[in-house]
Design a protein around this ligand. Structure first.
Ligand code: HAS
Length: 550
């Protein structure tokens, strides 16, 4: 009997999305291997070979995981979700998406070669006055410009859907992809300005100075929305795909759209919460941006509420009783549910840590300590990554026309457990060691001879243990990916998209009023940044004025 091979997208679009996925999973391997080496070096028990420096490895880890894996996975996933729910791309849109892919890939290769040649050991934030080879900066600029092209594909397809289906509700996943890319485009202008206007001329020797504070401020104008660029696709999965996996319905389509609007408005004007300890920025504007940071916590709280409601409603539908009876009714043995769910659980302490970070006085305690590294390993490396892994379990076989087999599902459950255990050990010890004052981004967090630092060594060993478990988890993930891409039995796997509750009214028309939301976003950005930026430029020290304004 022949098996029916059915892809969730057309063959050409499956190929397109898979191209993004290959880059993402190769990046996972390179970046996570660098991570293992870091934890081993920090443990004080291993020494890297003399031709590799700790900071070079740390740059590989940050750039390849934080910028390359995420960007390729996210764009691939969003293209797939939009194509699935709008009815596919036309030839021009596909061509543009391929152009975007190749522009980004060229940039990645340029940046990676420079890092490997030790010409760009500047970490993923490439703070001046650390200086890299100009090819590294041009490479990063290409990644950004390439991603913009995909953004335009997503905007264009959404607009085409509205034109072709007047009066109809736009698909939720397409709407969310538009918001994510709008946020990304507006935010990445900051990093593009600093790279093109400041860093490249400086790296080429055209100017002999750089306004460091300005470059850091433009970086963090982009840096916080960058972390939301990682989070929003996970939210897309939690809101619009997870309900289908558990057999339920979207709790509220309008609430989900409203959450994304709030995330667009408030994700950008908050970069100063990464610069609370930096001199040269007026405390009043730091205070304003801390308030805005607390505002951007609200849509995440709304998301938590919405998810609880989705789970509870489904549990009760299946006959659950009592306050928490619904927990038992969730499909614990299905890794497509289990992996993202564990990601959500980790987001509770991860989010709480973020609120601590953003609270000015507490930030003085944890800033530049390894606590911060613990924070983003909970949020980005667990909540987001486990969700991305959970997506990969069905997305890859659905694109390659293969089956998600029970054997792979068991391996995926094991992967989730390994990741959760490894991350609990590593991240908890990072948080504790950070509270004891251990610095981040340093290979030298050794015992310094006083009571506080006496315990550092044991925390570092715990981090190496956690890091090693994570490394095994990464290998298991790659085994699953390779199996689902090339070896799983031919067949079909569902691309799960949840339906809206029939009783729910149409979302308010104003949600599609893009000039309004873009205008409000820009207004908030101008409010939060205009005066401090003028201040930073006007009061720059003489050496920082190499390039007149910059
Ligand atoms: Fe952060 C530093 C503040 C979220 C990533 N953050 C970083 C850095 C990274 C990062 C990479 O204010 C380091 C950058 C560097 O290299 O220097 N962060 C926040 C705040 C939030 C936050 C307020 N961060 C994230 C997310 C990230 C991320 C998300 C990646 C994806 N962060 C900071 C600050 C710093 C910082 C300061 C600078 C520190 C310094 O001094 O350097 C918030 O958005 C968090 C809101 C989240 C919540 C949680 C909601 C919970 C949900 C799950 C529900 C669970 C369910 C399941 C339903 C309020 C949605 C439960 C079921 C049961 C049965 C129980």
């Amino acid at each position: 009997m022949s098996t029916v091979v059915k892809r969730s997208l057309s063959k050409s679009e499956s190929k397109l999305v898979m191209a993004y996925m290959y880059v993402a999973f190769i990046s996972l391997f390179i970046g996570a291997t660098a991570g293992l080496l870091q934890t081993l070096e920090r443990s004080g028990k291993f020494t890297l070979p003399s031709f590799i420096s700790y900071y070079q490895i740390l740059t590989v880890h940050g750039v390849i995981l934080g910028l390359v894996l995420t960007t390729f996975f996210i764009l691939g996933f969003m293209l797939s979700a939009q194509s699935k729910t709008t009815g596919g791309y036309n030839k021009t849109e596909r061509l543009l998406a391929w152009t975007s892919f190749y522009v980004m890939l060229t940039g990645v290769i340029m940046a990676t070669v420079m890092i490997l040649m030790n010409e760009a050991t500047v970490l993923y934030t490439f703070y001046a006055p650390l200086q890299a080879h100009v090819i590294f900066y041009i490479g990063l600029a290409l990644v950004i410009v390439g991603s913009w092209i995909d953004g335009f594909v997503i905007f264009k397809r959404h607009a085409r859907f509205r034109k072709e289906n007047p009066g109809e509700r736009t698909p939720l996943l397409s709407y969310m992809a538009v918001i994510t890319m709008l946020m990304w485009q507006i935010a990445s202008i900051g990093v593009a300005v600093t790279v093109v206007g400041q860093t490249i001329p400086w790296a080429l020797g055209w100017v002999d100075g750089i306004n460091v504070l300005l470059s850091r401020t433009l970086f963090w104008y982009f840096g916080h929305p960058l972390v939301y660029f990682w989070l929003l696709p996970a939210y897309m999965m939690w809101y619009a795909i997870m309900p289908k996996i558990i057999g339920g319905k979207i709790f509220s389509d309008s609430l989900a759209r409203f959450t994304f609007i709030l995330l667009l408005l408030f994700s950008i004007p908050v970069g100063f919460h990464h610069q609370l300890t930096e001199p040269g920025i007026d405390p009043f504007w730091k205070y304003i941006q801390v308030i805005l940071t607390m505002v951007v916590v609200v849509p995440s709280m709304m998301t938590a509420f919405s998810l609880f409601a989705t789970f509870e409603a489904r549990g009760r539908e299946l006959g659950a009783r009592g306050l928490f009876g619904w927990v038992k009714k969730l499909p614990w043995k299905d890794a497509r549910f289990f992996a993202p769910f564990v990601g959500m659980l980790f987001f509770i302490p991860g989010g709480a840590g973020g609120i601590i970070n953003a609270s000015n006085q507490m930030n003085q305690v944890i800033h530049n300590t390894i606590w911060v590294t613990g924070h983003f390993h909970l949020t980005a490396a667990t909540s987001v990554m486990l969700t991305f892994f959970g997506i990969a379990y069905w997305l890859i076989p659905s694109l390659t026309g293969r089956q998600y087999t029970p054997a792979m599902n068991r391996l995926a459950i094991l992967q989730t457990v390994l990741w959760a255990v490894g991350m609990t050990i590593m991240s908890t010890s990072m948080h504790w060691q950070g509270l004891l004052g251990a610095p981040r981004r340093s290979a030298y967090s050794e015992y310094l001879g006083n009571a506080d630092t006496a315990a550092w060594g044991s925390y570092q060993i715990a981090q190496a243990v956690g890091g090693s478990i994570l490394f095994i988890g990464m290998i298991v993930m790659l085994v699953i990916f390779i199996n689902l891409a090339f070896f799983a039995p031919k067949g079909s796997t569902e691309y799960p998209v949840a339906k809206v509750n029939k009783l729910e009214a149409q979302p308010p028309k104003v949600f599609e009023n893009w000039p309004l939301w873009i205008g409000l976003t820009l207004a908030l950005v101008l409010f939060a940044y205009t005066i401090p930026l003028i201040d930073i430029i006007q009061n720059a020290p003489p050496g920082a004025k190499g390039f007149k304004l910059w």
